[in-house]
Design a binder for this molecule. Structure first.
Ligand code: ADP
Length: 250
């Protein structure tokens, strides 16, 4: 199998010339990127640059004004992918009357057959252990600290053991100890999954991510070692070669 066939087989998400505006105001212009199985994509950029908008378009929670997002499996377009999503905490309504166990288990809905199946129970127990939330699974989410809620939401995102994990600023509100734990979890997952992570903590993330984009109304991919300024990325001419010529149709 040549490199091109290999790339095509491993392609998992294609973002094709996507633009988005709210009430006529452009927030994202002509963004394209091809993601492959096992990619760990770090996303950074200024506040209001369009990072969350790009994620929500990739998750198909938002429809772009032009362009498209296509999911792939074994080189063929598919309508669904198994994706776990950790939104920004600020997007969660904590007044909703639901407890920790219910939130975590909701991440497995539609994946496990019967809600109380042995597999679902085992996965739930594993996630609770991994996230260290066993002492408060009965608590309402409104009574949790920011860091506790972040653990619970990450647990929900992991519950289905998804192929793709999308994390929007997972380090907000967490203490230093759990931050280290999140990095460890990321590192172990990165071997098996495709990860998209929005973060301002590029110093640590850049060591784990194999790809990095800056989103500032446009999408710039940075070569390794130039993780900070879109102008540096563009100097390398990557913008012009994006998507890579052999994947123009992805
Ligand atoms: P980032 O994640 O990089 O901070 P966002 O994608 O959240 O950026 O937002 C990009 C721009 O779009 C911001 O100016 C924000 O105020 C605006 N925006 C985001 N969501 C909406 C919305 N639902 N309606 C109107 N404007 C929005």
């Amino acid at each position: 199998m040549n490199l091109q066939e290999d790339n095509a087989r491993n392609l998992i998400i294609g973002v094709d010339d996507v633009s988005m505006s709210y009430s006529g105001k452009s927030v994202l212009s002509h963004a394209s990127i091809c993601l492959y199985k096992g990619d760990f994509l770090a996303v950074s950029g200024p506040n209001g640059g369009g990072k969350t908008t790009l994620l929500r378009i990739m998750l198909k929670l938002l429809r772009p004004v032009s362009g498209q997002v296509v999911y792939y499996s074994d080189g063929r377009p598919v309508s669904r992918l198994s994706i776990g999503y950790l939104p920004q905490k600020s997007n969660i309504d904590v007044r909703f009357p639901i407890n920790v166990e219910e939130v975590v288990r909701s991440g497995g809905l539609g994946v496990f057959g019967r809600k109380d199946s042995a597999m679902e129970r085992a996965r739930y127990d594993e996630v609770v252990r991994l996230m260290g939330i066993g002492s408060y699974t009965g608590r309402q989410i409104g009574g949790l600290s920011g860091g506790q809620l972040q653990r619970v939401l990450l647990g929900r995102a992991l519950m289905s053991d998804p192929e793709v994990l999308v994390l929007d600023e997972p380090l907000s509100y967490v203490d230093k100890m759990f931050e280290r734990q999140i990095y460890d979890i990321m590192e172990s997952l990165a071997r098996r999954k495709t990860i998209i992570l929005v973060s301002h903590e590029m110093s640590v993330i850049s060591g784990m991510a194999n790809r990095h984009v800056i989103v500032d109304g446009r999408l710039h991919e940075c070569p390794a070692g130039h993780h900070y300024r879109p102008s540096e990325c563009d100097e390398y001419g990557l913008e012009d070669s994006f998507p890579p010529s052999e994947m123009k149709d992805c």
